[in-house]
Design a protein around this ligand. Structure first.
Ligand code: ADP
Ligand code: MG
Length: 276
């Protein structure tokens, strides 16, 4: 596997590193936007396992999936994710633990090794009556965690459900801005996972505030499933301008950075998405 370029941080996916002119620029925040089931969490898994391989500190904030699911998904790729520190913000645990104010939420350190979380997770009973997590309360949780320990890599998977919880646009923009400032101060290379904007959507603040955007698509053309990836933005670096096909197998994601998407698939993609 080729190493990342000088001054770059490998994503753990050689074909994607190539598309990024050697890898991510360390210490910055990136948006990973993709359709449901397009491979976002798998890509994050590569990014985190690469950090583990290099003896880095890696933190995974899981919001959409409980730790037990994260663990079994990672195991299906032959990864042993037990060295990843996980901040479990899945509703099943949030509702169980959180009692009232955001400050109390922030005071909870639901951070631990994935293997311990997995066990706790099984004992939790779902209870949807508790308050949900917001962007500011997540930021407080992270601040608290950073006081405790510094991290090289961070993944927040995903910020979609935080937004769906009714944050108004201006609050969301301020929240994202503030979170990104914290992450810059922490100098932690971060992937913020989100969904693909829909046709007619206004450009979301996370898209213009991030230093780079990686997009994943999953589409069906003539009865065949295609997956593709492209770099929509990468401040301070050149990058591949083409959309590339990729596959997901037991080896995880493989990007063939030398191949193009078939013409009919590309037209289909263009017809269905507002950008590029
Ligand atoms: N072990 C595996 N082998 C092959 N394909 C897999 C494996 N695990 C997951 N996949 C495929 O990867 C897809 C994307 O998974 P995931 O990364 O969880 O997507 P997302 O986070 O974007 O919703 C799954 O829907 C499945 O098709
Ligand atoms: Mg996912």
């Amino acid at each position: 596997m080729p190493a990342a370029g000088e001054g770059r941080e490998s994503t753990g996916i050689p074909g994607l590193d190539k598309m990024l002119d050697g890898g991510l620029i360390p210490g910055r925040s990136y948006i990973l936007a993709g359709d449901p089931g397009s491979g976002k969490s798998t890509l994050c898994g590569h990014f985190m396992m690469e950090g583990i391989k290099n003896d880095e500190e890696v933190l995974y904030v899981t919001i959409d999936e409980p730790p037990s699911d994260v663990s079994s998904n990672f195991n299906s790729f032959g990864w042993d994710p037990d060295k990843i520190t996980i901040l479990n913000a899945h509703p099943k645990v949030r509702d169980y633990k959180i009692r009232g104010s955001l400050i109390e939420v922030a005071a909870q350190r639901s951070v631990g090794a994935l293997k311990d979380m997995r066990e706790q997770d099984k004992e939790k009973k779902p209870d949807s009556s508790g308050p949900d997590l917001s962007l500011p309360s997540l930021q407080l949780m992270l601040q608290k965690e950073f006081e405790h320990k510094s991290y090289d890599r961070l993944v927040i998977d995903s910020i979609i459900s935080l937004k769906l919880l009714g944050a108004r646009d201006i609050e969301w923009e301020l929240g994202i801005n503030s979170l990104m400032r914290l992450l810059t101060e922490e100098n932690v290379t971060t992937i913020l996972v989100t969904d693909n904007p829909k046709r007619g959507d206004a450009i979301r603040p996370e898209f213009f505030l991030s230093r780079g955007i990686i997009r994943l698509h999953r589409l069906m053309v003539k009865g065949k499933l295609y997956r593709c990836i492209y770099i929509e933005k990468f401040r301070g670096s050149g990058h591949d301008l083409q959309i590339r096909p990729f596959s997901i197998s037991f080896r995880g994601i493989e990007v063939d950075s030398g191949r193009s998407l078939p013409g009919d698939v590309l037209s289909n993609l263009m017809a269905n998405y507002p950008r590029p």
